[in-house]
Design a protein around this ligand. Structure first.
Ligand SMILES: Nc1ncnc2c1ncn2[C@@H]1O[C@H](COP(=O)(O)OP(=O)(O)O)[C@@H](O)[C@H]1O
Ligand SMILES: [Mg+2]
Length: 219
């Protein structure tokens, strides 16, 4: 039985282009199920790269990655996409909403399974919007939402499939302090395991575990 939701054993990344560059040195990291982990470090340290490997957005070039005991590092691109769809909700610095669509329609983009019926899609989206405190703006066009509301819709979109793991990469970077605090409190209140990339040390301290990365190496 696996000890963690996420287990990295010697996971590293070297890219060949434009020139051979080592981006991540081999990393050993366990994220227990239900843990809230902050990943901190200076700009260019490799935070986004590590988060994208954990989220299976890109493969590592070496090492073993186990998710609930499953070998993610052995999956091909198509299987990786399926793994992401099933298990990982992403939140980025910008909400990336479709402005012409309603909040609810944007949340619905998080349901990747095409077999879910329309009524169930609506019900699950409303529940996710409720979870982020935005049920009342479900029908409002995204273009009319505030920055903080947009990011909460993005969190609802990440949550709507019930992911085991939420990866948030600098989710407060584009928000003012008040909205940023609300978004952090929301992320830390979720049931899912959380990997939060941040350079805000106050935000990092909310976590159960703080992982520091410098020059592609865990400090
Ligand atoms: N595919 C890639 N090819 C070349 N360099 C990359 C690639 N991905 C990331 N990098 C470089 O790796 C370093 C770490 O980037 P990143 O993970 O985005 O850092 P952080 O999120 O901590 O600011 C940076 O120097 C970046 O330019
Ligand atoms: Mg980054």
């Amino acid at each position: 039985m696996a000890a963690g939701l996420v287990e990295l054993a010697g996971v590293g990344l070297e890219v060949e282009r434009p020139v051979r560059t080592r981006i991540l040195h081999p990393i050993w990291l366990t994220i227990p199920e239900g843990a809230r982990v902050s990943l901190v470090g200076p700009s260019g340290a490799g935070k986004t790269t590590l988060a994208s490997i954990v989220g299976a957005l890109q493969p590592a070039s070496e090492g073993e990655y186990l998710f609930r005991g499953e070998r993610v590092d052995l999956l091909d691109a198509k299987a990786r996409a399926g793994f992401r769809a099933d298990n990982v909700g992403f939140v980025f610095q910008n909400a990336h909403l479709i402005d012409e669509r309603s909040a609810l329609q944007n949340v619905a983009l998080g349901i990747i399974d095409p077999t879910v019926e329309a009524d169930e899609v609506t019900g699950r989206c409303l529940a996710a919007l409720q979870q982020v405190g935005l049920a009342e703006v479900a029908d409002r066009k995204a273009a009319l939402l505030s920055g903080g509301e947009r990011q909460r819709v993005a969190i609802a979109r990440a949550l709507v499939k019930g992911p085991r793991l939420v990866i948030a990469d600098e989710p407060t970077g584009a928000l003012d302090q008040t909205n940023g605090k609300a978004v952090l409190e929301l992320l830390f209140s979720l049931d899912a395991t959380l990997l939060l990339v941040t350079h805000d040390l106050a935000a990092a301290e909310l976590a159960d575990q703080v992982v520091t990365i410098v020059d592609g190496t865990l400090a």
